[in-house]
Write a protein of this length. Structure first.
Length: 186
């Protein structure tokens, strides 16, 4: 049960967004720009960064919903088993079947999750050596920082979070196809 009076049946962040739409709008817009707008990182790569940070923060709703979005991107664009890739990134990103560049960016994201001051010049140099641009490094840091906020928002309110992974597949497809400006139920 949520710590405040949230509308019944709205899972995770959608309950908080419904409660305070004026704060939801800029939070949705930030997620949309970072995860859905065109970028040199694919939507799947950016969703994997969000999922990885959310798994480190142990936020079930965010890792499940963004993991489903990453899987939807990977399934539709690469024909891969997206759910398996997501599971491998969460379990051991250094051994996951992703590019060396994404592995280097995940190192940075993981350090931002624990404390942004842990990111070192060597981490940035390693990402650059794998082909990461300044924009990709910037966006990785911002995705990681933003997802620490989103994760704490979801968990700090004690929102309702379905435990059935199947509940997240449609949400993930919506996020991958339409982005973040509207709830997945619309």
């Amino acid at each position: 049960m949520a710590h405040i009076a949230l509308k019944e049946g709205l899972p995770g962040i959608t309950g908080g967004f419904d409660f305070r739409p004026e704060t939801a709008k800029p939070m949705r817009e930030l997620a949309h720009i970072l995860l859905h707008e065109p970028s040199t990182l694919t939507g799947g790569e950016r969703e994997l960064i969000a999922t990885y940070v959310s798994s480190l923060n142990d936020c079930f709703f965010c890792q499940a919903s963004h993991g489903a979005a990453a899987a939807a991107h990977l399934n539709s664009h690469l024909g891969e088993d997206g759910e398996q890739v997501v599971a491998e990134v969460k379990a051991a990103p250094d051994a996951a079947p992703v590019s060396a560049k994404l592995k280097a960016l995940l190192v940075i994201a993981g350090k931002v999750q624990s404390d942004g001051k842990h990111v070192t010049p060597d981490d940035v140099a390693a990402a650059r050596a794998e082909g990461a641009t300044d924009l990709e490094i910037h966006d990785t840091v911002l995705i990681a920082a933003a997802f620490c906020m989103y994760n704490r928002y979801v968990d700090g309110l004690g929102t309702w979070q379905p435990r059935d992974p199947n509940a997240y597949r449609e949400m993930g497809r919506h996020l991958a196809q339409k982005g973040y400006r509207t709830p997945s139920g619309e």
